[in-house]
Write a protein that binds this ligand. Structure first.
Ligand code: Q9C
Ligand code: ZN
Length: 353
């Protein structure tokens, strides 16, 4: 398989996130991806590539899933922040005010503090000098992975951070800025797949991806995740969210209680893959978070290292060309082994062309 790595990922290396009333060191760190690269050096399950540097095509693809005013804001946020006060150069940006129910989102405020709130949904996702460059190169990886699969590869992986599945049409949050899985799905659609499915196996509900495709029937979104009644992102991810308008029936949420057993998790995976088959998807995007791991510090499922091999094998047996994007996973030292286990299981079980 082809693995598109984000060589700029280290430019997003923020310091502190708001967590349980304190600013704590960010969970989403460059070391996560470095551990995957180190494991790939030991177990080369695929070939490493840099993404295509096609800026105009990437911008067009991003504009298909994100709002222009959001992309413009994010691209210029750091320069604006530093222009406000040169001393800001030593600080990461965190929002602290949001337009909740009854507030207006149609008027773009002049205030930077107001706009960073408008375009976000939590205080856990700092923006720093290199955030845009890292996120954009990650989007390029997702797009290149989708193009490879559109061109006949059985499988490709976007090895990138920051992750993407919480980022919506016009908001960031949950450590995510640009929605790599959505971008891959859109790219597959634009290059010949009539119907695509996104299967999100990260511990957290893929709220951004769901929202981007909620009114569409060409992209099925399926997420299995910790029940939002107790788990982040809390305000979306319930089983009764089925899509709207033309998209009614093209969203499936499989919330599971914190502490769910591995056997039950794999049963939910079967239900998710059955929906993918019923959708008659021609290509599959897997939003691959490994924060379902038993040792994950912020999550509540119990998958073990071997279970990720089984996951990869099962994904291959879906029989579809597959693009994977790297999402969460915060047991930093184990992220490499767990991610590469998925890839190894997948590669071992892909049908021979
Ligand atoms: N009590 C991803 O895995 N904060 N994002 C968690 C838990 C945010 C996770 C707080 C977690 C975001 C891509
Ligand atoms: Zn997650």
């Amino acid at each position: 398989m082809k693995i598109f790595r984000n060589a700029l990922h280290r430019r997003h290396d923020a310091r502190l996130e708001m967590y349980r009333g304190r600013l704590v060191p960010c969970h989403e760190t460059p070391a996560r991806l470095d551990h995957v690269l180190a494991e790939l050096a030991r177990r080369p399950v695929g070939s490493l590539h840099d993404p295509a540097p096609d800026d105009a095509a990437l911008d067009a693809a991003l504009a298909a899933i994100h709002a222009p005013r959001y992309l413009d804001f994010l691209a210029g946020a750091w320069d604006e922040w530093v222009a406000l006060d040169p001393a800001n150069a030593d600080l990461d940006i965190l929002p602290a005010v949001w337009p909740v129910r009854g507030f207006r989102a149609d008027v773009l405020p002049e205030s930077f503090a107001a706009r960073i709130g408008l375009f976000s949904f939590d205080a856990g996702s700092p923006v720093m000098a290199g955030t845009w460059a890292a996120a954009r190169e990650g989007a390029a990886c997702a797009r290149s992975a989708a193009l490879a699969v559109s061109g006949g590869e059985r499988a490709a992986f976007a090895l990138t951070r920051p992750p993407g599945h919480h980022a919506g049409p016009d908001f960031f949050g949950g450590y995510c800025f640009l929605n790599n899985a959505a971008l891959a799905a859109q790219t597959l659609r634009d290059h010949g797949a009539a119907r695509v499915a996104v299967l999100d196996v990260d511990y957290h509900h893929g709220n951004g991806t769901q929202t981007i495709f909620y009114g569409r029937d060409d992209v099925l979104t399926v997420s299995l995740h910790g029940d939002p009644r107790t788990e982040y992102p809390f305000f979306l991810g319930h089983a009764d969210e089925r899509g709207e308008g033309a998209g009614l029936g093209a969203n499936l949420n499989l919330p599971l209680p914190r502490g769910t057993s591995v056997a039950t998790w794999f049963e939910a995976l079967e239900a998710g893959l059955a929906a993918v088959a019923a959708h008659r998807a021609e290509a599959l995007v897997v939003a691959l978070g490994v924060d379902t791991f038993e040792g994950d510090p912020i999550s509540g499922f119990h998958l073990r290292a071997d279970d990720y091999l089984r996951l990869g094998e099962r994904l291959a047996r879906a029989g579809l060309p597959v693009v994977l994007t790297m999402e969460g996973g915060y047991a930093v030292a184990e992220v490499g082994g767990n991610v590469v286990n998925v890839l190894e299981g997948l590669v071992a079980s892909l049908p021979r062309p």
